[in-house]
Design a protein around this ligand. Structure first.
Ligand SMILES: NC(=O)c1ccc[n+]([C@@H]2O[C@H](COP(=O)([O-])OP(=O)(O)OC[C@H]3O[C@@H](n4cnc5c(N)ncnc54)[C@H](O)[C@@H]3O)[C@@H](O)[C@H]2O)c1
Ligand SMILES: [Zn+2]
Length: 363
């Protein structure tokens, strides 16, 4: 059953992001594409175990050869070292320029399979079938595809848009709590950046993670996030300017992840603390009313997300310097003047960072 859809349109690309209850409807989406020879489902072991039979049943309706490439889960495997193996596998399966790759999973699968699709035979078509909240509200939309190298995450990649995004939200029923939090942090980020009333309202009314996938809020989280992200990407696909605002909370968030060696916090948990800290910095530098920070902390508390951390800013500052968004060694921040009014590319003095960090500690 179709639950809603949104279109993304930029220079040289246009595609639909559709929310479905389950996989019923996927074959229709694929049928809109012409000249397909075969389909390759790229997924990870966890998703395959839960949903491969179900998606296969739907794909059978197409009467096309369907192949599977099942990756080991986790960020570690989104690596350039795995790429060659997958290219060889595609070649040995006889994939050609008319093959379609389905990136079926969370952001790791989406980024990796998208990278493969963008580069194999100089680019073949791919569609995103996101199965985590983060992938639904963020990574499946916008066309950033990438793999990691030893020196850092997402260091090798392209802007390469999918032919469609199909979000089967019943898959969110099996999402672990920490993964749900990853998505929620991005939704809060979108609400702060856009001031979108429906998002703010859904964040206020959403109560619990349990059975979240059956709630009205899940649809609002996804459709309004996608609407907002699509509008930014349409304006600035290659992140030469405004798209940078989507990094709100991430300068500090990434530094927290890096400082804690990617062990203590999931990405969303680190971003959650990052958002609060960057709101406090915004109070100091852009006169953001403190009520915005207080309300955001209230939402995070209600949702059981972390919002403050105690280690020293000196340690963290070192880690902000590694961010790949930095220019000529300068750390750049996205800050808010008001809800819905972000500024990007702002340098912040260390004394202000330290003061803001101390303020977030006391929240
Ligand atoms: N391209 C972009 O614009 C963009 C934006 C944000 C993040 N990202 C990338 O996304 C990645 C993170 O994505 P993620 O948070 O979805 O993580 P993920 O893909 O690692 O998925 C998280 C975990 O949940 C499991 N999983 C997936 N779907 C499930 C389901 N329905 N039920 C139960 N378990 C399920 C996965 O196997 C994995 O173990 C990072 O690599 C990040 O760099 C990309
Ligand atoms: Zn993020």
């Amino acid at each position: 059953m179709k639950l809603g859809n949104e279109q993304i349109k930029g220079i040289g690309f246009e595609y639909n992001i559709t929310l479905f209850q389950d996989f019923d409807g996927l074959s229709n989406e694929i049928l809109q594409l012409s000249n397909l020879t075969n389909i390759v489902v790229v997924t990870d072991k966890n998703v395959a175990k839960l949903y491969l039979d179900e998606i296969n049943k739907e794909l059978k309706k197409l009467n096309l050869p369907v192949y599977h490439i099942i990756l080991k889960p986790s960020e570690k495997n989104k690596s350039i070292d795995r790429v060659k193996k997958v290219y060889n596998k595609l070649a040995s399966l006889g994939c050609d320029r008319k093959s379609l790759i389905l990136a079926f999973g969370g952001g790791v699968v989406g980024d990796f399979a998208g990278f493969i699709a963008a580069t194999f035979l100089r680019g073949i078509r791919f569609a995103q079938i996101p199965t985590t909240l983060l992938a639904c509200v963020d990574s499946s939309v916008g066309g950033k595809v990438a793999v990691n190298i030893d020196k850092g995450k997402n260091m090798v990649g392209l802007f390469y848009q999918p032919v469609f995004v199909f979000a089967p939200i019943h898959t969110l029923s099996t999402l672990p709590l920490r993964e749900w939090r990853c998505g929620v942090a991005e939704v809060i980020k979108h609400a702060l950046l856009s001031g979108n009333k429906k998002l703010v309202e859904a964040l206020n009314t959403t109560k619990t993670f349990k059975n979240f996938y059956l709630s009205e809020e899940v649809k609002t989280f996804i459709l309004e996030s996608v609407r907002f992200k699509a509008s930014i990407v349409a304006e600035d696909e290659k992140e030469l300017g405004k798209r940078a605002i989507l990094n709100l909370g991430h300068t500090i968030g990434h530094a927290i992840e890096s400082f804690t060696k990617y062990k203590k916090y999931s990405h969303g948990e680190a971003v959650s603390i990052g958002l609060v800290t960057e709101l406090v910095i915004s109070q100091e530098v852009q006169n953001l009313p403190s009520v915005v920070t207080q309300e955001t902390v209230g939402t995070l508390k209600k949702l059981g997300m972390p919002y403050k951390e105690n280690f020293s800013m000196e340690d963290l500052i070192k880690h902000t310097k590694y961010d790949k968004k930095n220019e000529q060694g300068n750390v750049k921040f996205v800050l808010l003047q008001k809800i819905g009014e972000p500024l990007w590319g702002i340098q912040v003095e260390e004394s202000v960072l330290k003061k803001s960090w101390d303020m977030q500690r006391k929240l």
